[in-house]
Design a binder for this molecule. Structure first.
Ligand SMILES: NC(=O)c1ccc[n+]([C@@H]2O[C@H](COP(=O)([O-])OP(=O)(O)OC[C@H]3O[C@@H](n4cnc5c(N)ncnc54)[C@H](OP(=O)(O)O)[C@@H]3O)[C@@H](O)[C@H]2O)c1
Length: 347
């Protein structure tokens, strides 16, 4: 195995969830550097994404897949290859890479160093900002999966994107613009400029009835609704915003931020009802991003190329130092932002 330089004196700082609770349970700790196993590389993390799921896993142990504390959150990272494990030939020392940590079970990204299988990482093109690159990993992969694999949108179709200024919603609008779609997006008033700039007609879900507004704007309804919000009534109304034969793609429970985890069983109940009811519209679910490594790698490479070419430009809500992860979670909980919140390391 080869190393860039002798770094035995360097410690790995990572942030752990010390117990379930508020943002204050996120605490930095120091430990020896992790060693890559065969087929893995050690990455010096430059940027780590924060997701809505991180808040759920931090605050409660009830969500399936949440480990017992202490554990480290973080499902997407961008960094520099710092040490090669045995047998790794596809990546080089010093190369910038991006990837998700799904293979570790849960998280691991809120750290200065992380070991990941080389097969989970793809090179980041030269000149790309690591913070913008990390926004692409889970959010744009999710958006791409929902739009092109699940909904299979066609040029000229009309779509409604909920949470349109959020991390995944803004990614859907960027990809939707490239796909030549007519777009509508729900967001709070403070985010309408973002939604318009991304090429969609904004609808204020707080002050307007989005089903009525969509009918006024389109007549028959939209071809596809992308719903990462969830909730019994929300999903039903999303279904009502579709034209006959339209597709509803449900892929998240952002409503849990206000309503708590109880929104999950209620959402699943509506999913079941919509599946069972003989309605003239389809409900579609997105498959797990981690299931198909070949799709994941190829699509991530394509998305990073779009970023390098300036064809997509993720909205970075905030760049927050790793040690201040608790502040980043507070920002997500309080809302009022657009795009993705990213942790950065200062090493
Ligand atoms: N299946 C997957 O692979 C996958 C992957 C990533 C994320 N997700 C899901 O997608 C959800 C969104 O993720 P994200 O990263 O985009 O979160 P985010 O950046 O926090 O965005 C969520 C957005 O939801 C909006 N919002 C909240 N309540 C709303 C409502 N009732 N109606 C319309 N908009 C509402 C907020 O908009 P305003 O601030 O404008 O009010 C916010 O911008 C997550 O909760 C997660 O469940 C799923």
């Amino acid at each position: 195995m080869t190393t860039v330089k002798n770094i035995t004196e360097i410690k790995n700082h990572r942030v752990i969830v010390t117990r379930h609770g508020g943002p204050e349970v996120l605490q930095p700790m120091a430990e020896d550097l992790p060693e890559p196993r065969s087929g893995e590389v050690r990455v010096r993390v430059l940027a780590a994404g924060i997701s809505a799921y991180d808040l759920m896993h931090r605050s409660s142990g009830l969500l399936p897949g949440t480990p017992k504390p202490p554990f480290t959150l973080g499902e997407d990272i961008v960094g520099v290859v710092n040490k090669l494990g045995e047998g790794v030939t596809t990546l080089a020392l010093g190369q910038m890479v991006a990837g998700a940590t799904f293979c570790l079970g849960l998280g691991g990204g809120y750290a200065e160093f992380i070991c990941l299988p080389a097969s989970e990482l793809v090179p980041v093109p030269a000149g790309v900002d690591p913070v913008e690159a990390v926004c692409v990993v889970v959010n744009y992969l999710t958006a791409h999966m929902a739009m092109h694999h699940t909904a299979q949108v066609q040029r000229g179709e009309r779509i409604l994107v909920h949470g349109a200024a959020g991390g995944v919603g803004s990614a859907l609008l960027e990809l939707g613009k490239l796909a030549g779609l007519e777009m509508y997006g729900t967001a709070s008033g403070y985010n309408h400029e973002h939604v318009s700039a991304l090429g969609a007609t904004p609808i204020n879900y707080r002050t307007e009835d989005f089903v009525e507004r969509i009918r006024q704007l389109t007549g028959e309804g939209v071809d596809v609704v992308f719903d990462p919000i969830g909730g019994f009534r929300q999903l039903w109304r999303s279904n009502r915003a579709l034209r006959k034969g339209g597709r509803l793609v449900w892929f998240g429970v952002a409503a849990a931020k206000q309503s708590g985890l109880r929104v999950i069983p209620l959402t699943l109940l509506m999913v079941l009802l919509l599946k069972l009811l003989p309605v003239s519209r389809q409900l579609l679910l997105t498959p797990d991003l981690a299931k198909d490594n070949a799709w994941y790698r190829q699509t991530l490479v394509e998305l990073l190329d779009l970023l390098a070419a300036g064809k997509i430009k993720p909205i970075v809500a905030a760049r927050i130092p790793l040690a201040e992860a608790a502040r980043a979670h507070e920002l997500l909980e309080s809302g009022g932002y657009a795009g993705k919140v990213v942790l950065v390391t200062d090493t």
